[in-house]
Structure formats: C-alpha cells, structure tokens
Write a protein that binds this ligand. Structure first.
Ligand SMILES: NC(=O)c1ccc[n+]([C@@H]2O[C@H](COP(=O)([O-])OP(=O)(O)OC[C@H]3O[C@@H](n4cnc5c(N)ncnc54)[C@H](O)[C@@H]3O)[C@@H](O)[C@H]2O)c1
Length: 467
C-alpha cells in the first residue's frame, strides 16, 4: 500500500500529526505497536495520573478539609481497587476516542512494530505474528520515550517500580521512597501521600523541580511538606535491594554520610529516554545523538534523510505531550507545503500537584544569566478572596517583565488551578503583552485569575491593589 505519509507511533505527537495530515488531504497511515492508541500520555502517563490525582484529592479533602467546611463525614476509606478501575475506565474511554478519530479522518491504522526497510518502506511486524510492508513519500517518527533506568538501581516492576507500575498498585504503600524530585515523582508521590503513605523524596539537585523558576520549587516544597512528604535534597542514591516486601535504598548525604532508607516501594523517576531503538535507522543512515539517544532534526524537524521527520520525546526539547502535538501539526503542515512556526519559548510547563505549578517563558535565573534588565511582580494567593473562600491560599503568581519596555518575559505560578490559569499568560506573551496591558484588562471577580492581574500590576509600578 502506498501513502503520502506514514506516522510511526500514536502518542499525542503521532496521532495529532496523522489527523492534521488527513485534514490537509494527505493519504495517511499510522502504526502502533500496542493494542491501544495514545502512547504514554493516554495509557500510562498524563491521563491516568490525573485520574488518580483527582481521586486522591477528593479523599484528602474528605479527610482534611471537609470538617472545616462544615461537612461531617464518617469512616472515609480508600478503595484502591475501585480507584484504579475508574482510572482504567478513563484511559479506555480516552484511547477509544483516538480509534474513533482515526476512523473519522479516514486514517489507515496498523498494529505492530514499524521499522525502516529503506527510506520509503516500513516493515510492520505484528505482535500477533506476521509481517507486511507499506510505503510512503514522507514518514514521521513519533515513537516517544520510556523511563530512564539507573544502571546501579534496576527496577523489578514489583517493589522497585517506574511510573507505569505506580499507576497500578493494588495497595497504598506504607513508605514510598521516591528517586527524583521532578514532575513524575512529585505528582505520583502526592497521590500516595494523600492516600496516607509516608513518602520520602531523594533528589540529586538542591531543589525539587530544579529546572523551573526557583521560587516555585521552594513554595511547592513547603506545601508538600505540609502534606507530610519528606525531602532529602542534594542526596545521591547509591543502590537499592529488595527482600520480600521490603526495599532498602542507600543514599549519600551532601556531607558524604551514608543514609539508609527502608520502605515497601521505591519509585524511580529520574527522567525519560528517547525511544529510538528497533526502528532500523541504521538501514537509512540516521545516527542518533550520543547523549539521550535522540534523533537529530533540523529546523523543519526533518532528519538527515529527506522526507523523514521526527517529533516529540524522540527529539530534542521538553518531553511534553503538548510540545509533541505542536510538532505533529508543524510537520504535517510542512509536508503539505505550508510554512508553520512554533514558539518553543512559549510552551508552558505544568506540574499537577496541589497546589498546581505552571510556568511559561524565561525563569528569573535565566534572565539573570542572560544579563537582561527585568522587574518582578508577585501576588500571594493568601491575598485573594477567591482563594480564601476555597481554602486554597498556598502559593503565588510571579510576573517577570522587561525593565524598559514592560513586555512580559516570564510568568511562574503555584496555586489553585494554575494549570489552567497559565493559558492566559501564554496568550498574553504570544501577543507580546506588557505587564500594564494585563493590569488594565478586566478579570472577573472573584476568580483565581485576578492573582495574575495583581502580579502584573505589581510588576508594572508596584501597583497591586490587594496587597
Ligand atoms: N505534568 C507534566 O507535564 C508531566 C508529568 C509527568 C512527566 N512529564 C515529563 O516526563 C519526563 C520525565 O519525568 P521525570 O519526573 O522522570 O523527570 P524530570 O526530569 O522532571 O525529573 C527527574 C528528577 O530526578 C533527578 N535525578 C536524576 N538522577 C537522579 C538520581 N540518581 N538520584 C536522585 N535524583 C535524580 C533530577 O535532578 C530531576 O529533578 C519529564 O521530561 C517531564 O517533563 C511531564
């Protein structure tokens, strides 16, 4: 079968690329090695983790804040089997939705492992046995990533686990030891901390979420400490052993002292590695980047071979579903002869803990390093009437603006509903708004979004009203 475009991998990068190709009139096929579409995000990432985050938040509120709201509940219990079942149903509905979208857009779907025979031919080896070949003028590699393994700390999938297994536990851990204070560790760690587990985070750097603006890590650590989570920062993991139901993790403190942690589960969340194996790239002369096994691409996201593109986690840049989606659309439109554009600096980053953390543009540390002249405005949620009404007063909004032009250069938030609130900052920055522009735009009262307006006013001329 001959196509205009073949997409390998059906995660948010791949399926969006396929749909956009089909919308543009290109005859499109998509290959997926698993039986369901959607890749990591829909099956074992973004969607199932949010389902568990929401369920655990309900439980936490029922046991911690309901009484203060004037709601007395008795015998609130965690039913982990039901929680996981609901999560699985959400996943099934969502992945089923992609099957529907493939049909609706007349995209041919193939089950199996796709690999290059030559630059236009893809061999598909079905997991059920059997092989077939399809050809295309253009091929988009969207094979994503998999959890990074530490060479000295192998996961066994039972007691030493990755995020995939952490989404399917049959019991609430007594003591969960987390290696890595990044996005996955903190999201899944907070799920189990809310459900009653003791959670200890071991982080190599001197802050959690270390790549985000430093203010956010500090604030988040305060909130998660209130939740009961413990943090060992600047600590180096040296190994882990399993004996029956017990995991022992050994750690070096910053002073070189040996620390021994004992728990019943250890979750390793130290990043993800590009999934570029088994694609037969050697058959077409594509060599991987030495670090991280990523596929090198040019500014059109085209590999060293004409007509072969790569997008999402398998190439450079943030490993985020929405970045992959933008790249999927970008490549489809490039193949169709258009001249699309992606503003990589304005791809937001979100951590779905509670309070939520969200960020766009430059961090204060990056502006300092660049030597930029900037001004800062912050507004704490403590001063927001809406936040007080909902008892969600942790966190703040911080706006960084150019000292001369007042253009917004970065927005960093931690607080209630910041994952959604960040969209306003992205739009503002895409249209190159100044801090004063935001300060002069009406924001509905009472909403959490007023905190962004107030932080913008604070950055403009220290003109915040409610602080
Ligand atoms: N909400 C979201 O957007 C979301 C959610 C989950 C995952 N993701 C993405 O998936 C990817 C993987 O997430 P992640 O949390 O595994 O990676 P991450 O890069 O966010 O965090 C990994 C953390 O582990 C630390 N670390 C590395 N080696 C260590 C060691 N030996 N000992 C102790 N700490 C160590 C790092 O300093 C870092 O803080 C990320 O790129 C992330 O953006 C995004």
């Amino acid at each position: 079968m001959q196509y205009d475009v073949i997409v390998i991998g059906s995660g948010p990068g791949g399926y969006v690329a396929a749909i956009r190709c089909a919308q543009l009139g290109l005859k499109t096929a998509i290959i997926e090695k698993y039986t369901t579409f959607g890749g990591t995000c829909l099956n074992v990432g973004c969607i199932p983790s949010k389902a568990l985050l929401d369920s655990s938040e309900h439980y936490h509120n029922a046991t911690h804040t309901f009484t203060e709201h004037g709601i007395d509940v008795k015998e609130v219990k965690v039913n982990i089997k039901q929680m996981i079942k609901r999560k699985n149903e959400v996943v099934d509905q969502t992945t089923g939705g992609i099957t529907f979208l493939m049909k609706k857009n007349k995209i041919d779907t193939f089950e199996g492992l796709g690999s290059f025979k030559d630059k236009n031919t893809i061999k598909i080896a079905s997991t059920k046995g059997g092989e077939q070949e399809i050809t295309a003028k253009n091929i988009i590699i969207a094979t994503g990533s998999k959890p990074t393994e530490l060479p000295f700390l192998k996961t066994d999938g039972k007691r030493i686990i990755t995020s995939t297994e952490a989404l399917n536990l049959t019991e609430v851990p007594k003591h969960l030891i987390l290696i890595g204070g990044g996005v996955i560790g903190l999201e899944l760690g907070s799920v189990y901390a809310r459900l009653g587990a003791e959670v200890t985070v071991v982080e190599f750097m001197d802050a959690i979420i270390p790549t985000m603006d430093k203010t956010l890590g500090k604030e988040l650590q305060k909130s998660l400490t209130k939740l009961g989570m413990k943090f060992l920062l600047s600590h180096k993991v040296t190994g882990a052993t399993v004996k029956g139901k017990k995991v022992t993790v050994t750690v070096d403190s910053p002073k070189g002292e040996k620390v021994v942690l004992e728990g019943d589960y250890c979750l390793v969340a130290v990043g993800r590695t590009a999934y570029s194996e088994g694609l037969g790239l050697e058959n077409i002369g594509i060599t991987l980047e030495e670090r991280g096994k990523k596929i090198p691409v040019n500014e059109h996201l085209e590999t060293s071979v004409k007509g072969i593109y790569a997008i999402g986690d398998v190439i450079k840049g943030a490993m985020l579903a929405h970045k992959a989606e933008e790249e999927g659309t970008f490549v489809a439109e490039t193949i169709a002869g258009q001249k699309p554009h992606i503003n990589y600096n304005l791809i937001p980053g979100v951590v779905y803990t509670w309070p939520e953390v969200a960020s766009v543009g430059y961090t204060e540390e990056q502006l300092k390093e660049k030597g930029s002249k900037y001004k800062t405005g912050t507004f704490p949620f403590k001063a927001s009437g809406r936040a007080r009404a909902s008892m969600d007063t942790d966190g703040l909004v911080k706006v960084l603006a150019d000292a001369e032009t007042d253009e917004i250069l970065g927005v960093h938030m931690i607080g209630p509903r910041c994952a959604d609130m960040i969209a306003e900052a992205v739009v503002a920055m895409e249209f190159r708004a100044s801090a004063e522009d935001i300060g002069r735009i009406s924001h509905a009262h009472p909403t959490f979004t007023e905190a962004f307006k107030e932080a913008a006013l604070a950055a403009t001329d220290n003109r915040a009203i409610h602080i």
